[in-house]
Design a protein around this ligand. Structure first.
Ligand SMILES: [Zn+2]
Length: 254
């Protein structure tokens, strides 16, 4: 299980920093087994940075909806670092440092802190979820090796689901496998999310869209209408999209 969970730190021969036991260093991209091989591309251009900012805002909003998590961790970084000096092996301290680093857009450092949290407590589901969120944010928008980031995000979301299944994680996992073309499995996972949290609107939007892709028109319209039927919507763009999808499918019938 340890290999799947990536909850070990090793020292990178290139940058000298501790990094999780992926095939390459999360901080400098150097392959860990072969430090002389060319490193993974880590530079983020303006477009990549813009996309990462948008994903961060999306994740913060969804976490607030799913967990009522409104704590602005970044403001507490100085205190957290002091706590880490006193109790370096405390999983929650490392978890919150990771959360603060995510809010400060230090996603790669956050991956290391969250791995420290997991070394101290390998059952800490939220550390897997947050580390998966980091990998999802880091997926290169324009080419590059997207698969490594998707694989790491999926592996962590899967461990989180095995420890503490919830709607947030099912949605996050299903959205990635859907984008990789596994729409039928995504629909099954959205169903599991709905079983756990029938009042989480986004799941209906996501499942409706997955049904639309597969041509299941009636199921798609039913889910998108259920999504629109909720009172509160955090994202007006999604509301407009849901309406447009329904209109498109209804007009195709005429
Ligand atoms: Zn390195």
């Amino acid at each position: 299980m340890a290999d799947v969970r990536y909850n070990q730190l090793v020292v990178c021969a290139h940058c000298g920093q501790e990094t999780p036991n992926y095939e390459d260093c999360v901080l400098c991209g150097t392959p860990l087994q072969d430090p002389d091989a060319p490193p993974r591309e880590l530079e983020a251009d303006d477009l990549q940075t813009m996309m990462m900012d948008a994903k961060l805002q999306e994740i913060k909003t969804k976490r607030e909806l799913a967990y009522a998590d409104t704590w602005d961790h970044a403001d507490w970084m100085a205190e957290l670092l002091k706590l880490a000096e006193i109790a370096p092996d405390h999983p929650k301290v490392q978890l919150y440092i990771g959360a603060a680093q995510i809010e400060g857009e230090q996603y790669r450092d956050a991956v290391v802190s969250l791995t420290r949290a997991l070394i101290a407590d390998p059952e800490l589901a939220d550390a897997y979820r947050r580390r998966a969120d980091c990998q999802y944010i880091l997926v290169p928008v324009l080419g590059g090796d997207t698969q490594a980031y998707y694989d790491r995000a999926l592996a962590d979301y899967e461990v989180a689901l095995s420890l503490d299944p919830d709607a947030y994680t099912y949605n996050a996992h299903a959205a990635i496998i859907g984008s990789l073309g596994e729409w039928q499995d995504a629909i099954r996972e959205y169903g599991q999310a709905i079983d756990l949290a029938p009042d989480y609107p986004e799941t209906f939007f996501n499942r409706g869209y997955a049904h639309k892709v597969l041509g299941n028109k009636d199921a798609a319209i039913a889910d998108l209408e259920r999504y629109l039927g909720f009172e509160d919507h955090w994202n007006q763009e999604m509301v407009a999209q849901a309406q447009a999808h329904i209109k498109e499918m209804q007009e195709a019938d005429l």
